[in-house]
Design a protein around this ligand. Structure first.
Ligand code: NAP
Length: 425
Protein backbone atom coordinates (compact mmCIF):
# COMPACT_ATOMS: atom_id res chain seq x y z
CA UNK A 1 0.00 0.00 0.00
CA UNK A 2 2.74 2.40 0.96
CA UNK A 3 4.71 1.65 -2.24
CA UNK A 4 1.60 2.16 -4.34
CA UNK A 5 0.83 5.40 -2.52
CA UNK A 6 4.31 6.64 -3.40
CA UNK A 7 4.50 5.40 -6.99
CA UNK A 8 1.01 6.23 -8.20
CA UNK A 9 1.30 10.05 -8.01
CA UNK A 10 4.67 9.88 -9.79
CA UNK A 11 3.27 7.76 -12.62
CA UNK A 12 0.16 9.91 -12.99
CA UNK A 13 2.22 13.11 -13.08
CA UNK A 14 4.71 11.85 -15.68
CA UNK A 15 1.94 10.42 -17.88
CA UNK A 16 0.17 13.76 -17.84
CA UNK A 17 3.44 15.54 -18.68
CA UNK A 18 4.02 13.18 -21.63
CA UNK A 19 0.51 13.88 -22.90
CA UNK A 20 1.12 17.63 -22.73
CA UNK A 21 4.52 17.30 -24.41
CA UNK A 22 2.92 15.31 -27.21
CA UNK A 23 0.38 18.10 -27.69
CA UNK A 24 3.15 20.71 -27.69
CA UNK A 25 5.07 18.74 -30.30
CA UNK A 26 2.10 18.80 -32.66
CA UNK A 27 0.82 22.32 -32.04
CA UNK A 28 2.30 25.75 -32.46
CA UNK A 29 2.46 27.80 -29.25
CA UNK A 30 -0.34 30.29 -28.70
CA UNK A 31 0.66 33.77 -29.81
CA UNK A 32 -0.94 36.71 -28.00
CA UNK A 33 -2.99 38.83 -30.38
CA UNK A 34 -2.33 42.57 -30.40
CA UNK A 35 -3.50 43.81 -27.01
CA UNK A 36 -4.46 47.36 -26.08
CA UNK A 37 -1.88 49.38 -24.16
CA UNK A 38 -2.34 49.18 -20.39
CA UNK A 39 -0.93 52.52 -19.24
CA UNK A 40 -2.04 53.47 -15.75
CA UNK A 41 -2.69 49.87 -14.73
CA UNK A 42 -0.84 48.14 -11.92
CA UNK A 43 -0.05 44.43 -11.66
CA UNK A 44 1.57 42.21 -9.07
CA UNK A 45 3.27 39.03 -10.28
CA UNK A 46 4.42 36.63 -7.56
CA UNK A 47 7.61 34.75 -8.39
CA UNK A 48 8.21 37.27 -11.18
CA UNK A 49 11.98 37.26 -10.79
CA UNK A 50 12.56 34.25 -13.00
CA UNK A 51 11.00 31.64 -15.29
CA UNK A 52 7.44 32.07 -16.42
CA UNK A 53 6.79 34.91 -13.96
CA UNK A 54 9.66 36.96 -15.37
CA UNK A 55 8.34 36.49 -18.91
CA UNK A 56 4.88 37.60 -17.76
CA UNK A 57 6.34 40.70 -16.08
CA UNK A 58 8.28 41.63 -19.24
CA UNK A 59 5.22 41.29 -21.45
CA UNK A 60 2.89 43.18 -19.11
CA UNK A 61 5.47 45.96 -18.69
CA UNK A 62 5.76 46.02 -22.48
CA UNK A 63 2.05 46.82 -22.60
CA UNK A 64 2.67 49.80 -20.33
CA UNK A 65 1.56 48.33 -16.99
CA UNK A 66 3.39 49.19 -13.81
CA UNK A 67 4.41 45.73 -12.61
CA UNK A 68 5.58 44.73 -9.15
CA UNK A 69 7.70 41.63 -8.93
CA UNK A 70 6.83 39.93 -5.64
CA UNK A 71 9.54 37.46 -4.84
CA UNK A 72 11.54 36.02 -1.95
CA UNK A 73 14.92 36.43 -3.61
CA UNK A 74 15.88 40.10 -3.36
CA UNK A 75 19.04 39.79 -5.45
CA UNK A 76 17.25 37.96 -8.25
CA UNK A 77 14.27 40.34 -8.06
CA UNK A 78 16.42 43.48 -8.34
CA UNK A 79 18.39 41.91 -11.21
CA UNK A 80 15.10 41.22 -13.01
CA UNK A 81 13.96 44.83 -12.50
CA UNK A 82 17.30 46.13 -13.81
CA UNK A 83 17.25 43.92 -16.86
CA UNK A 84 13.67 44.89 -17.83
CA UNK A 85 14.35 48.61 -17.30
CA UNK A 86 17.46 48.41 -19.45
CA UNK A 87 15.50 46.61 -22.12
CA UNK A 88 12.82 49.32 -22.08
CA UNK A 89 15.39 52.09 -22.30
CA UNK A 90 17.10 50.33 -25.21
CA UNK A 91 13.76 49.98 -26.99
CA UNK A 92 13.07 53.72 -26.59
CA UNK A 93 16.50 54.66 -27.86
CA UNK A 94 16.16 52.34 -30.88
CA UNK A 95 12.74 53.82 -31.74
CA UNK A 96 13.99 57.40 -31.42
CA UNK A 97 17.07 56.63 -33.49
CA UNK A 98 14.94 55.05 -36.19
CA UNK A 99 12.76 58.17 -36.45
CA UNK A 100 15.75 60.51 -36.51
CA UNK A 101 17.59 58.35 -39.04
CA UNK A 102 14.73 58.47 -41.53
CA UNK A 103 14.43 62.21 -40.97
CA UNK A 104 18.12 62.87 -41.48
CA UNK A 105 18.21 60.78 -44.70
CA UNK A 106 15.43 62.95 -46.18
CA UNK A 107 17.08 66.10 -44.91
CA UNK A 108 20.40 65.03 -46.46
CA UNK A 109 18.68 64.44 -49.83
CA UNK A 110 17.14 67.90 -49.66
CA UNK A 111 20.53 69.44 -48.89
CA UNK A 112 21.98 67.72 -51.98
CA UNK A 113 19.19 69.09 -54.15
CA UNK A 114 19.78 72.54 -52.75
CA UNK A 115 23.52 72.23 -53.33
CA UNK A 116 22.90 71.17 -56.92
CA UNK A 117 20.49 74.06 -57.32
CA UNK A 118 23.19 76.56 -56.29
CA UNK A 119 25.01 75.40 -59.36
CA UNK A 120 28.45 76.58 -60.52
CA UNK A 121 28.46 79.87 -62.44
CA UNK A 122 29.00 78.15 -65.85
CA UNK A 123 25.79 76.10 -65.44
CA UNK A 124 23.85 76.73 -68.69
CA UNK A 125 20.86 78.98 -68.01
CA UNK A 126 18.35 76.97 -70.03
CA UNK A 127 18.60 73.20 -70.61
CA UNK A 128 16.07 71.17 -72.55
CA UNK A 129 13.87 69.05 -70.29
CA UNK A 130 15.56 70.13 -66.99
CA UNK A 131 14.06 72.50 -64.44
CA UNK A 132 15.81 75.81 -64.18
CA UNK A 133 18.15 76.32 -61.19
CA UNK A 134 15.68 78.77 -59.72
CA UNK A 135 12.96 76.09 -59.76
CA UNK A 136 15.38 73.56 -58.19
CA UNK A 137 16.31 75.97 -55.44
CA UNK A 138 12.71 76.85 -54.68
CA UNK A 139 11.74 73.15 -54.75
CA UNK A 140 14.54 72.08 -52.42
CA UNK A 141 13.82 74.96 -50.04
CA UNK A 142 10.19 73.90 -49.96
CA UNK A 143 11.28 70.30 -49.27
CA UNK A 144 13.48 71.42 -46.37
CA UNK A 145 10.62 73.44 -44.90
CA UNK A 146 8.28 70.42 -45.19
CA UNK A 147 10.89 68.13 -43.60
CA UNK A 148 11.53 70.58 -40.77
CA UNK A 149 7.81 70.76 -40.09
CA UNK A 150 7.63 66.94 -40.20
CA UNK A 151 10.52 66.68 -37.73
CA UNK A 152 8.82 69.11 -35.38
CA UNK A 153 5.65 67.05 -35.63
CA UNK A 154 7.57 63.79 -35.01
CA UNK A 155 9.31 65.32 -31.98
CA UNK A 156 5.95 66.49 -30.65
CA UNK A 157 4.37 63.03 -31.12
CA UNK A 158 7.36 61.28 -29.47
CA UNK A 159 7.38 63.63 -26.48
CA UNK A 160 3.61 63.33 -26.16
CA UNK A 161 3.91 59.52 -26.28
CA UNK A 162 6.62 59.57 -23.61
CA UNK A 163 4.61 61.87 -21.39
CA UNK A 164 1.55 59.63 -21.70
CA UNK A 165 3.46 56.42 -20.99
CA UNK A 166 5.04 56.00 -17.58
CA UNK A 167 8.79 56.66 -17.58
CA UNK A 168 10.84 53.45 -17.70
CA UNK A 169 12.01 53.75 -14.10
CA UNK A 170 8.40 53.50 -12.92
CA UNK A 171 7.25 50.53 -14.93
CA UNK A 172 8.81 47.62 -12.97
CA UNK A 173 9.55 47.32 -9.28
CA UNK A 174 10.51 44.69 -6.75
CA UNK A 175 8.90 43.97 -3.41
CA UNK A 176 9.92 41.17 -1.06
CA UNK A 177 7.44 38.43 -0.16
CA UNK A 178 7.95 34.90 1.07
CA UNK A 179 4.73 33.12 0.19
CA UNK A 180 5.61 30.28 2.52
CA UNK A 181 5.33 32.69 5.45
CA UNK A 182 1.97 34.11 6.43
CA UNK A 183 3.54 37.04 8.28
CA UNK A 184 5.64 37.89 5.22
CA UNK A 185 2.47 37.97 3.08
CA UNK A 186 0.85 40.31 5.61
CA UNK A 187 3.89 42.60 5.62
CA UNK A 188 3.99 42.63 1.82
CA UNK A 189 0.35 43.72 1.64
CA UNK A 190 0.94 46.44 4.26
CA UNK A 191 3.91 47.82 2.31
CA UNK A 192 1.98 47.69 -0.95
CA UNK A 193 -1.05 49.43 0.50
CA UNK A 194 1.15 52.11 2.05
CA UNK A 195 2.17 53.09 -1.50
CA UNK A 196 -1.46 53.98 -2.24
CA UNK A 197 -1.36 52.34 -5.66
CA UNK A 198 -4.39 50.78 -7.34
CA UNK A 199 -4.25 47.10 -8.35
CA UNK A 200 -5.76 45.86 -11.59
CA UNK A 201 -4.05 42.50 -12.08
CA UNK A 202 -2.83 39.95 -9.55
CA UNK A 203 -0.94 36.98 -10.93
CA UNK A 204 -0.49 34.17 -8.43
CA UNK A 205 2.45 32.49 -10.11
CA UNK A 206 5.16 31.60 -7.59
CA UNK A 207 5.55 27.93 -6.80
CA UNK A 208 7.82 25.17 -5.67
CA UNK A 209 7.76 21.66 -7.10
CA UNK A 210 8.99 18.34 -5.75
CA UNK A 211 10.65 19.83 -2.70
CA UNK A 212 11.55 17.30 0.00
CA UNK A 213 9.01 16.75 2.73
CA UNK A 214 8.98 19.69 5.09
CA UNK A 215 6.87 22.23 6.89
CA UNK A 216 6.86 26.00 6.95
CA UNK A 217 7.31 27.98 10.16
CA UNK A 218 3.51 28.21 10.29
CA UNK A 219 3.32 24.41 10.26
CA UNK A 220 2.01 23.78 6.71
CA UNK A 221 3.32 21.39 4.08
CA UNK A 222 5.65 23.30 1.73
CA UNK A 223 3.79 22.88 -1.59
CA UNK A 224 0.43 23.56 0.00
CA UNK A 225 1.75 26.63 1.83
CA UNK A 226 3.71 28.24 -1.01
CA UNK A 227 1.64 27.37 -4.06
CA UNK A 228 -1.80 27.65 -2.52
CA UNK A 229 -2.25 28.95 1.03
CA UNK A 230 0.14 31.92 0.70
CA UNK A 231 -1.67 32.98 -2.47
CA UNK A 232 -5.07 32.49 -0.83
CA UNK A 233 -4.05 34.89 1.93
CA UNK A 234 -2.42 37.34 -0.49
CA UNK A 235 -5.54 37.43 -2.68
CA UNK A 236 -7.90 37.94 0.25
CA UNK A 237 -5.81 40.76 1.66
CA UNK A 238 -5.48 42.47 -1.73
CA UNK A 239 -9.14 42.05 -2.61
CA UNK A 240 -10.04 45.41 -1.15
CA UNK A 241 -7.64 47.20 -3.50
CA UNK A 242 -8.66 45.05 -6.47
CA UNK A 243 -12.32 45.88 -5.87
CA UNK A 244 -11.59 49.60 -5.64
CA UNK A 245 -9.52 49.52 -8.82
CA UNK A 246 -12.03 47.57 -10.92
CA UNK A 247 -14.74 49.12 -13.05
CA UNK A 248 -17.65 47.48 -14.80
CA UNK A 249 -16.07 48.02 -18.19
CA UNK A 250 -12.57 47.19 -16.90
CA UNK A 251 -12.67 44.56 -14.17
CA UNK A 252 -9.62 43.83 -12.04
CA UNK A 253 -8.32 40.34 -12.75
CA UNK A 254 -6.96 37.61 -10.49
CA UNK A 255 -5.06 34.95 -12.39
CA UNK A 256 -3.70 31.85 -10.74
CA UNK A 257 -1.10 29.86 -12.61
CA UNK A 258 -2.09 26.25 -12.17
CA UNK A 259 -0.84 23.19 -14.01
CA UNK A 260 -2.00 20.09 -15.87
CA UNK A 261 -0.63 18.32 -12.76
CA UNK A 262 -3.95 19.20 -11.12
CA UNK A 263 -5.69 16.59 -13.32
CA UNK A 264 -3.81 13.88 -11.39
CA UNK A 265 -4.92 15.01 -7.94
CA UNK A 266 -7.57 13.26 -5.89
CA UNK A 267 -9.50 14.61 -2.97
CA UNK A 268 -8.09 12.25 -0.35
CA UNK A 269 -4.83 14.13 -0.37
CA UNK A 270 -6.32 17.56 -0.35
CA UNK A 271 -6.25 18.41 3.29
CA UNK A 272 -2.95 16.73 4.09
CA UNK A 273 -4.43 15.00 7.09
CA UNK A 274 -1.87 12.24 6.89
CA UNK A 275 1.80 12.67 6.13
CA UNK A 276 2.34 8.91 6.42
CA UNK A 277 2.63 8.42 2.68
CA UNK A 278 4.12 11.72 1.67
CA UNK A 279 4.64 12.11 -2.04
CA UNK A 280 6.25 15.31 -3.35
CA UNK A 281 4.57 14.64 -6.73
CA UNK A 282 1.20 14.23 -5.05
CA UNK A 283 1.73 17.32 -2.91
CA UNK A 284 2.51 19.47 -5.96
CA UNK A 285 -0.51 18.13 -7.87
CA UNK A 286 -2.80 18.78 -4.92
CA UNK A 287 -1.58 22.31 -4.43
CA UNK A 288 -2.40 22.95 -8.09
CA UNK A 289 -5.87 21.43 -7.77
CA UNK A 290 -6.40 23.59 -4.69
CA UNK A 291 -5.61 26.68 -6.79
CA UNK A 292 -8.29 25.75 -9.34
CA UNK A 293 -10.90 24.96 -6.66
CA UNK A 294 -10.10 28.28 -5.01
CA UNK A 295 -10.36 30.16 -8.31
CA UNK A 296 -13.84 28.81 -9.05
CA UNK A 297 -15.10 29.47 -5.56
CA UNK A 298 -13.61 32.96 -5.55
CA UNK A 299 -15.22 33.76 -8.90
CA UNK A 300 -18.57 32.65 -7.54
CA UNK A 301 -18.15 34.85 -4.45
CA UNK A 302 -17.06 37.85 -6.53
CA UNK A 303 -19.92 37.42 -8.95
CA UNK A 304 -22.55 37.14 -6.25
CA UNK A 305 -21.24 40.21 -4.44
CA UNK A 306 -21.30 42.24 -7.67
CA UNK A 307 -17.63 43.26 -7.62
CA UNK A 308 -15.86 44.30 -10.78
CA UNK A 309 -13.21 41.63 -10.25
CA UNK A 310 -12.81 38.30 -12.05
CA UNK A 311 -10.79 35.21 -11.18
CA UNK A 312 -9.42 32.63 -13.61
CA UNK A 313 -6.78 29.93 -13.73
CA UNK A 314 -4.12 29.50 -16.40
CA UNK A 315 -2.28 26.34 -17.39
CA UNK A 316 1.03 27.31 -19.05
CA UNK A 317 1.85 23.84 -20.43
CA UNK A 318 5.26 22.28 -19.86
CA UNK A 319 7.85 25.04 -19.71
CA UNK A 320 11.63 25.11 -19.62
CA UNK A 321 12.30 26.72 -16.22
CA UNK A 322 14.02 26.15 -12.89
CA UNK A 323 10.88 24.51 -11.55
CA UNK A 324 12.46 21.16 -12.43
CA UNK A 325 15.54 21.71 -10.27
CA UNK A 326 14.38 19.14 -7.70
CA UNK A 327 13.98 16.27 -10.17
CA UNK A 328 16.13 13.21 -9.53
CA UNK A 329 19.42 13.28 -11.46
CA UNK A 330 18.34 10.85 -14.25
CA UNK A 331 15.01 12.64 -14.67
CA UNK A 332 16.81 16.00 -14.73
CA UNK A 333 19.19 14.74 -17.43
CA UNK A 334 16.27 13.49 -19.52
CA UNK A 335 14.49 16.81 -18.99
CA UNK A 336 17.55 18.77 -20.15
CA UNK A 337 17.78 16.59 -23.24
CA UNK A 338 14.23 17.05 -24.42
CA UNK A 339 13.57 20.56 -23.09
CA UNK A 340 14.82 22.41 -26.17
CA UNK A 341 12.73 20.30 -28.48
CA UNK A 342 9.47 19.83 -26.61
CA UNK A 343 9.17 22.35 -23.79
CA UNK A 344 7.68 25.78 -24.30
CA UNK A 345 9.98 28.71 -23.64
CA UNK A 346 8.91 30.96 -20.74
CA UNK A 347 8.04 33.72 -23.25
CA UNK A 348 5.78 31.37 -25.23
CA UNK A 349 4.15 30.00 -22.10
CA UNK A 350 3.54 33.49 -20.72
CA UNK A 351 1.23 34.28 -23.64
CA UNK A 352 -1.93 32.78 -22.11
CA UNK A 353 -1.39 34.51 -18.76
CA UNK A 354 -0.82 37.86 -20.48
CA UNK A 355 -3.90 37.27 -22.62
CA UNK A 356 -5.90 36.49 -19.46
CA UNK A 357 -4.58 39.68 -17.84
CA UNK A 358 -5.18 42.13 -20.67
CA UNK A 359 -7.41 40.74 -23.39
CA UNK A 360 -10.59 42.73 -24.11
CA UNK A 361 -12.23 39.43 -25.13
CA UNK A 362 -12.02 38.26 -21.53
CA UNK A 363 -13.42 41.47 -20.09
CA UNK A 364 -15.80 40.56 -17.26
CA UNK A 365 -15.27 36.84 -17.89
CA UNK A 366 -14.10 34.78 -14.93
CA UNK A 367 -14.12 31.21 -13.66
CA UNK A 368 -12.13 30.00 -16.68
CA UNK A 369 -9.37 27.45 -16.95
CA UNK A 370 -7.28 28.73 -19.85
CA UNK A 371 -4.78 26.73 -21.82
CA UNK A 372 -3.04 27.89 -25.00
CA UNK A 373 -5.28 30.95 -25.17
CA UNK A 374 -8.49 28.93 -25.00
CA UNK A 375 -10.99 28.07 -22.32
CA UNK A 376 -10.74 24.32 -21.62
CA UNK A 377 -12.17 22.00 -19.00
CA UNK A 378 -10.24 21.45 -15.81
CA UNK A 379 -10.53 18.14 -13.93
CA UNK A 380 -14.00 16.89 -13.01
CA UNK A 381 -13.02 17.14 -9.36
CA UNK A 382 -12.29 20.87 -9.68
CA UNK A 383 -15.98 21.50 -10.51
CA UNK A 384 -17.14 19.79 -7.31
CA UNK A 385 -18.91 22.69 -5.61
CA UNK A 386 -18.96 20.95 -2.23
CA UNK A 387 -15.21 20.35 -2.42
CA UNK A 388 -14.66 24.00 -3.37
CA UNK A 389 -16.67 25.08 -0.34
CA UNK A 390 -14.89 22.60 1.93
CA UNK A 391 -11.45 23.83 0.85
CA UNK A 392 -12.54 27.44 1.19
CA UNK A 393 -13.80 26.88 4.74
CA UNK A 394 -10.75 24.85 5.68
CA UNK A 395 -8.39 27.50 4.33
CA UNK A 396 -10.22 30.27 6.18
CA UNK A 397 -10.09 28.32 9.41
CA UNK A 398 -6.36 27.54 8.96
CA UNK A 399 -5.71 31.25 8.42
CA UNK A 400 -8.08 32.46 11.09
CA UNK A 401 -10.22 34.34 8.55
CA UNK A 402 -13.96 34.76 8.32
CA UNK A 403 -15.65 32.40 5.85
CA UNK A 404 -17.55 35.10 4.12
CA UNK A 405 -15.48 37.02 1.64
CA UNK A 406 -16.94 40.28 2.77
CA UNK A 407 -20.23 42.02 2.80
CA UNK A 408 -20.08 44.21 -0.24
CA UNK A 409 -22.94 46.45 -1.14
CA UNK A 410 -21.51 47.78 -4.33
CA UNK A 411 -23.45 49.81 -6.75
CA UNK A 412 -22.56 48.11 -10.04
CA UNK A 413 -20.32 50.42 -11.99
CA UNK A 414 -19.27 52.21 -8.85
CA UNK A 415 -15.74 50.79 -8.87
CA UNK A 416 -15.33 51.41 -5.17
CA UNK A 417 -18.48 53.36 -4.49
CA UNK A 418 -19.87 50.67 -2.20
CA UNK A 419 -19.57 50.34 1.52
CA UNK A 420 -18.05 47.12 2.70
CA UNK A 421 -16.29 45.50 5.56
CA UNK A 422 -13.05 43.85 4.76
CA UNK A 423 -10.47 41.77 6.54
CA UNK A 424 -8.20 43.60 8.86
CA UNK A 425 -4.50 43.03 8.55
N1 NAP B 1 7.60 24.95 -15.68
C1 NAP B 1 6.56 24.21 -16.01
O1 NAP B 1 6.66 23.27 -16.81
C2 NAP B 1 5.21 24.49 -15.42
C3 NAP B 1 4.14 23.69 -15.81
C4 NAP B 1 2.89 23.94 -15.30
C5 NAP B 1 2.71 24.96 -14.39
N2 NAP B 1 3.78 25.72 -14.02
C6 NAP B 1 3.53 26.79 -13.05
O2 NAP B 1 4.09 27.99 -13.49
C7 NAP B 1 4.40 28.82 -12.38
C8 NAP B 1 5.80 29.40 -12.54
O3 NAP B 1 6.74 28.35 -12.45
P1 NAP B 1 8.09 28.36 -13.29
O4 NAP B 1 8.05 27.20 -14.19
O5 NAP B 1 8.38 29.69 -13.82
O6 NAP B 1 9.12 27.99 -12.11
P2 NAP B 1 10.37 28.80 -11.52
O7 NAP B 1 11.25 29.24 -12.61
O8 NAP B 1 10.94 27.94 -10.45
O9 NAP B 1 9.67 30.08 -10.90
C9 NAP B 1 8.95 30.02 -9.70
C10 NAP B 1 9.14 31.34 -9.00
O10 NAP B 1 8.49 31.27 -7.73
C11 NAP B 1 9.38 31.76 -6.75
N3 NAP B 1 9.12 31.23 -5.42
C12 NAP B 1 9.28 29.98 -4.98
N4 NAP B 1 8.98 29.91 -3.67
C13 NAP B 1 8.63 31.15 -3.29
C14 NAP B 1 8.24 31.72 -2.06
N5 NAP B 1 8.16 31.00 -0.94
N6 NAP B 1 7.94 33.03 -2.03
C15 NAP B 1 8.05 33.80 -3.13
N7 NAP B 1 8.42 33.31 -4.33
C16 NAP B 1 8.71 32.00 -4.40
C17 NAP B 1 10.74 31.29 -7.25
O11 NAP B 1 11.80 31.97 -6.62
P3 NAP B 1 13.20 31.18 -6.41
O12 NAP B 1 13.58 30.63 -7.73
O13 NAP B 1 14.11 32.23 -5.89
O14 NAP B 1 12.90 30.10 -5.41
C18 NAP B 1 10.61 31.64 -8.73
O15 NAP B 1 10.86 32.99 -8.94
C19 NAP B 1 4.22 27.93 -11.15
O16 NAP B 1 3.00 28.21 -10.55
C20 NAP B 1 4.20 26.53 -11.71
O17 NAP B 1 3.47 25.64 -10.90
C21 NAP B 1 5.02 25.53 -14.51
Amino acid sequence: MSVLARVLPVLKLYLTAVKVLFYQLLHKPFAVPALPKQHGKVAIVTGGARGLGYAIVRQLAGLGMHVIIASHDKKQGLAAVKSIREEQSRALVVAAEEILRSFWVCRFLAEIIEWVAIRPPDWPEEQQGLPTPAVCEQGSLLLIIVLNLTATKVRFVVSLGLSLSPPPHLSVDFEFVDLASLSSVRQFVCRFQAQGLPLHVLINNAAVMLVPEGKTDDGFELHFATNYLGHFLLTRFLLDTLVHSGKDEACSRIISISSSAHYTADKDFLFFRSMQHYSAHGAYAHSKLAQVLFTYRLQQELQSSGCAVTASAVDPGVVDTHLYRNLSTPARLAQRLIAHLLFRSPAQAAATAVYAAASPELEGVGGCYLYEGKRVSSSALSYDVELQAQLWRRSCSLLGLADSLYVYQAKRGGGGGGAYTNLSL
